[in-house]
Structures are given as structure tokens and as C-alpha cells.
Design a binder for this molecule. Structure first.
Ligand SMILES: Nc1ncnc2c1ncn2[C@@H]1O[C@H](COP(=O)(O)OP(=O)(O)O)[C@@H](O)[C@H]1O
Ligand SMILES: [Mg+2]
Length: 376
């Protein structure tokens, strides 16, 4: 079966005045994929989602959802997508069922179709026992489950979830993701932003946006294998120093060693990128000599977090170098970045598939019931 691109984005750029919030981004998402989108606060994630939902006009470039142009067909796009915004608020004084009814009403769902859709979602999401509970009294995890029902009630083919697990506990996070995979198994496509690396590791493919630019894109394994993340003739070690209060001073020492290329603290351990020719025993003995005690050292594969740290620190170094060179203010950095990708090796790490083709996109389900107006 031919792959079906549900979301297609080509050199999409969004400006707020002279500020570029989304800078020439290109990627695609296939039908039934759970696509993870990461990046620090302020990097452009929400702006991109709002643009793909037809709520913000692109300044240049193109985007299509289910074959519909996000600029020209914005209204029809909104009818076919579900959107759970970052600060999504339910009506806290309404019960769970009243909230579902309210959203169904806004989407114009009625009669048998509404009953079937409601029953289906209530059973799948598992909120049967909470229907009469006041929404404001639900825990964070159950509120998000209810929010998911409200985003799915009109049977959208594509759903955008903006930080759906922010602030909820780890078990509830895992359960919400299990639900997303269950729905994606039915062919629904999800675009999900998150700050959690364990969630990103579960995605088929992920994108990382930094200073408005997509700096990494692919499967977690592809991103970890990028030359910038795993340079030739290096290996990555996990170092556990015996005294946890010494982690920070051990990091400074490790970074000063000639055979160390990079080092970062991860909780109680330090991930160190060292030259392959050097021996891990040397690192252990150097730490002993420096009175850090006998550290536990083992070789590890890069995690997705290691990968993003490597990618962003490469950019940060470049920015710092040029900022110093040009004596730029922080504001000047943004305009500096516009030209950066083309000039640095980083451009090689950005790997959207060149074969993105609108011909492969799928069409919205014309037979689906629902009103023309959407509460986006
Ligand atoms: N309506 C707006 N007008 C002007 N600037 C905005 C607007 N919305 C967002 N921004 C700016 O665009 C940048 C990206 O914001 P946003 O897309 O919300 O990032 P993220 O979701 O990654 O935190 C930020 O610097 C933010 O201040
Ligand atoms: Mg945001």
C-alpha cells in the first residue's frame, strides 16, 4: 500500500511582525503515525500547530492537511482536525458527560451518530465510571482523558495535541500515550508536542525545533545515528561518581580531559563522549587521581536526549562564536540564525525526506457526519 502523507509541510514560515516564529520548516506525517514534536519553550511549536490548523496564516511556504491547503482551505481543514490546545480548559463545573455533550453540540453532532460516537469513545477511553463526576474534581490524568474525548468527538482524521501530558503524573502519562497508540491503530494521525524524552522515544518519528528551525527529523534511531550525535571514532560512556554531591565538580574535571569531546549531567550520572582510542580505565584512574573515588563507568548508546543535547549545543557554540565575533545583542541572534543552517554542518543533520509529494496525501472523509462550524 502506498504511504499516505496526511500532513505535508514545505518551507513553511510564520512571522509575527519582523519576528520569525517558524522558519522554513519542511516535513511530512503519514496516516496513523504518532509524530512527536519537541523543542524548548518559545521555539515555535504552538505557532506551527496553530498554522497547521488554519488558525494562523503562513507568511510563506506551503502546508496541507489531508490534501487541503492550510491557507486556502483553512475552514475545511478545521472541520477535519482535532485540536487540544496547550492550556485546554474543560468546563470545570460541568460533569464529564455534560462536557462531552457540550463539545458534541458545538460540532453539531446529533441523534444516533452522537450516541454511537459517545459510547465508543467513553468505552475506549474508559471514563464510564466518571460520567457524573464534576470535571473540576478529576485528577490531571482524567481531565486529559476527557479533553482527548472532546478533541476526538467529531471523528477527526488528524489530531493535534499541544503538550497534553504537561503536569500529569508518570502513570497517567503512560496511560494517555497507550490511548494515543490505540487510536492511531484505528488510522488516526497524531501530532503531539512534548518535553518528555520517554514519550518521544515511543514515537515512530520525531521532529526537534530550535530557534524556530527544524534541526532534527526522523525516527529516534536515525536521529541518534546522526554524525553530530555519534561522531566516528568516539564512544559514549555513562559515569557514576561515588559521591553524588561531587557530580558537578566531576563534570568540570571530565570536560577538561584531552580525550573527552563532550560531557553532560543526566540526573546522578554523567554522559561522556570520549575518543575511541582512549581506554575507559584511563577515565576511571584519572577520576581516582583527582579524589573523586572509583567511578562506575560503562559504554552506552546515545539516548534521544543525548542526541538533542549534541544537536543544540553545536548550534549554541556556533551562535556564541558569532555573537562574540560580531558583538551582537541577543536580539541580533535571531536574525543571525536565519542564515546559519545553510552555512554550517548542521544542515546535513536536518533530514526531511526530499521526496515529500502532495500526490501521496489522503483526502478527508467526505462521508463523515458533523457540522461545518468548529470551535477552534
Ligand atoms: N501572537 C503572537 N504575536 C507575537 N509573537 C508571538 C505570538 N505568539 C507567539 N509568539 C512568539 O513566537 C515564539 C514562539 O512561540 P510559541 O509558538 O508559543 O512557542 P512554543 O509553543 O514552542 O513555546 C515566541 O517567542 C512567542 O513569544
Ligand atoms: Mg507552546
Amino acid at each position: 500500500m502506498a504511504e499516505q502523507n496526511v500532513i505535508l509541510v514545505d518551507k513553511l514560515t510564520v512571522r509575527y511582525g519582523d519576528f520569525m516564529a517558524v522558519n522554513s520548516i519542511t516535513f511530512y506525517v503519514q496516516k496513523g503515525e504518532v509524530f512527536g514534536f519537541l523543542g524548548p519553550n518559545g521555539s515555535g511549536k504552538t505557532t506551527l500547530i496553530k498554522t497547521l490548523c488554519g488558525l494562523v496564516k503562513p507568511s510563506s511556504g506551503k502546508g496541507s492537511i489531508l490534501g487541503l491547503d492550510i491557507a486556502k482551505d483553512a475552514e475545511i481543514v478545521r472541520e477535519n482536525v482535532g485540536y487540544m490546545s496547550q492550556k485546554f480548559n474543560l468546563y470545570e463545573d460541568l460533569t464529564v458527560e455534560e462536557n462531552i455533550n457540550f463539545y458534541a453540540g458545538v460540532y453539531g453532532l446529533k441523534g444516533k451518530y452522537l450516541r454511537r460516537r459517545k459510547d465508543e469513545l467513553i468505552a475506549l477511553v474508559g471514563v464510564e465510571n466518571y460520567l457524573n463526576r464534576q470535571s473540576g474534581k478529576l485528577s490531571g490524568g482524567w481531565k486529559q482523558r476527557l479533553a482527548l474525548i472532546c478533541a476526538l468527538i467529531h471523528e477527526p482524521a488528524v489530531v493535534f495535541l499541544d503538550e497534553p501530558t504537561a503536569g500529569i503524573d508518570p502513570v497517567a502519562r503512560r496511560e494517555l500515550w497507550d490511548l494515543l497508540f490505540r487510536f492511531s491503530g484505528q488510522g488516526i494521525t497524531f501530532f503531539v508536542t512534548t518535553h518528555y524524552m520517554d514519550e518521544a522515544e515511543r514515537c515512530g518519528r520525531v521532529g526537534y525545533i530550535y530557534y524556530s528551525k527544524l534541526i532534527a527529523y526522523g525516527t529516534p534511531e536515525e536521529i541518534k545515528a546522526l554524525p553530530i550525535v555519534s561522531p566516528e571514532n568516539t564512544m559514549r560512556m555513562e559515569v557514576l561518581v561515588p559521591v553524588s554531591s561531587q557530580v558537578s565538580s566531576a563534570l568540570t574535571f571530565i570536560k577538561s580531559l584531552s580525550y573527552v569531546q563532550d560531557a553532560t549531567i543526566f540526573g546522578q550520572s554523567i554522559h561522556v563522549l570520549i575518543n575511541k582510542a582512549s581506554k575507559q580505565e584511563k577515565l576511571v584512574s584519572d577520576l581516582v587521581k583527582q579524589n573523586f573515588g572509583k567511578a562506575g563507568v560503562r559504554e552506552i548508546n546515545p539516548s534521544l536526549e543525548d542526541a538533542f543535547v549534541a544537536l543544540t549545543s553545536q548550534i549554541d557554540k556556533e551562535i556564541h562564536k558569532r555573537q562574540t565575533l560580531l558583538n551582537l545583542s541577543d536580539r541580533g541572534v535571531t536574525s543571525l540564525l536565519r542564515g546559519l543552517e545553510a552555512e554550517t554542518d548542521l544542515s546535513k543533520s536536518i533530514s526531511p525526506d526530499k521526496s515529500v509529494s502532495p500526490d501521496k496525501s489522503v483526502s478527508p472523509d467526505k462521508n463523515k457526519k458533523g457540522s461545518k462550524t468548529q470551535p477552534l
